[in-house]
Design a protein around this ligand. Structure first.
Ligand SMILES: [Zn+2]
Length: 65
């Protein structure tokens, strides 16, 4: 899952397209999560400076709405 939003980048301080990538638990086998304890992690990549940073899943949910 990935989506894009035009936002101010915290790294380069320029308003650029930010791609949000959902990264769920890595330990999946036949689509059954073996360790479903950890909440899914989101990574945001800036189209301007290409910096990756983690984002709080609740903040992403606000942006996705
Ligand atoms: Zn940036």
């Amino acid at each position: 899952m990935a989506f894009r939003r035009w936002l101010l980048c915290e790294v380069c301080r320029i308003e650029a397209e930010q791609t949000m990538i959902k990264r769920s638990t890595r330990f999946t086998l036949f689509f059954v999560p073996l360790f479903p304890v950890k909440p899914s992690t989101y990574y945001v990549q800036c189209a301007n400076c290409n910096a990756f940073r983690r984002m709080d899943s609740r903040a992403v949910a606000r942006l996705a709405a």
